[in-house]
Design a protein around this ligand. Structure first.
Ligand code: PGA
Length: 252
């Protein structure tokens, strides 16, 4: 059985006080409720990590960062390394989010480097892929996602793939209110699993959690999660409100 996961991506929202309050309320909620098979991860801004880690310490919720540096250490003013992330108590890091690809020009080669550094630091990676609208309209979405996975991820060993979660996030659905239909999500997730099967074999493909991201909310989560190759979600906007986030987890 593969893991079912809901990960919240807070992006650049919440000051420290607000973030601690949100993390505390989500943690408290799940202290009393069984999580079943679902894994829950909060991906916070860097400066929240150490304090949120204290809050989550005795609970069931895991912690992640949204990025890490492409170098291990040294004179890189303003950067935060994968080892630093790990030292806060975080277990996960998002790599390759479309906002990093677009606004910070992170290409496949750089993302591959970051992924390998994160693995070496002992982090698990939520590796994002997905096409922009013009690529979908030109029916190139499969080619794009294939390239992103081949160049960003497929240099990993089969063993390292155990520490990977893939998130398919069609860029046209992120923060826009537009959601991929459950069938569109399933079609791409199945394709991603086939690519992983061809590269790493059936066992690896069967174990790989593939999350959907892009305007996922309480009203559409259950339908998207009902698809056989959709193993949960990477949630942006709706992860900033405790009630919305917990109902998405409950939909899983
Ligand atoms: P959204 O963002 O849920 O606000 O669309 C998802 C993401 O970017 O991870």
């Amino acid at each position: 059985m593969r893991k079912k996961i809901v990960a919240g991506n807070w992006k650049m929202n919440m000051d420290l006080t607000e973030g601690l309050k949100l993390a505390g309320s989500i943690d408290n909620y799940f202290k009393e409720k069984p999580l079943g098979k679902a894994g829950v991860i909060l991906c916070t801004p860097f400066i929240h990590l150490a304090s949120v880690s204290e809050i989550l310490k005795h609970g069931k919720i895991a912690l992640g960062a949204q990025n890490c540096a492409s170098e291990a250490s040294g004179a890189y003013t303003g950067e935060v390394s994968a080892w630093m992330v790990k030292s806060t108590g975080a277990e996960y890091v998002i790599i390759g989010h479309s906002e990093r690809r677009t606004y910070y020009h992170e290409d496949d080669k750089l993302l591959n480097k970051k992924t390998l550094l994160a693995m070496n630091a002992g982090l698990k990676v939520i590796f994002c892929c997905g096409e922009v609208l013009s690529e979908r309209e030109a029916k190139k979405h499969f080619i794009i996602v294939k390239r992103q996975l081949e160049e960003g991820l497929f240099s990993l060993t089969e063993e390292q793939m155990d520490n990977i979660i893939v998130a398919y996030e069609p860029v046209w659905a992120i923060g826009t209110g537009l959601t991929a239909t459950p069938d569109q999500a399933q079609e791409m997730h199945q394709y991603i699993r086939t690519l992983v099967k061809e590269k790493y074999g059936n066992d690896c493909a069967k174990k790989l959690p593939i999350l959907y991201g892009g305007s996922c909310k309480p009203s559409n989560a259950a339908e998207i999660f009902s698809k056989p190759d959709v193993d949960g979600g990477l949630i942006g906007g709706a992860s900033l409100k405790k009630d919305d986030f917990v109902s998405i987890v409950e939909a899983l």
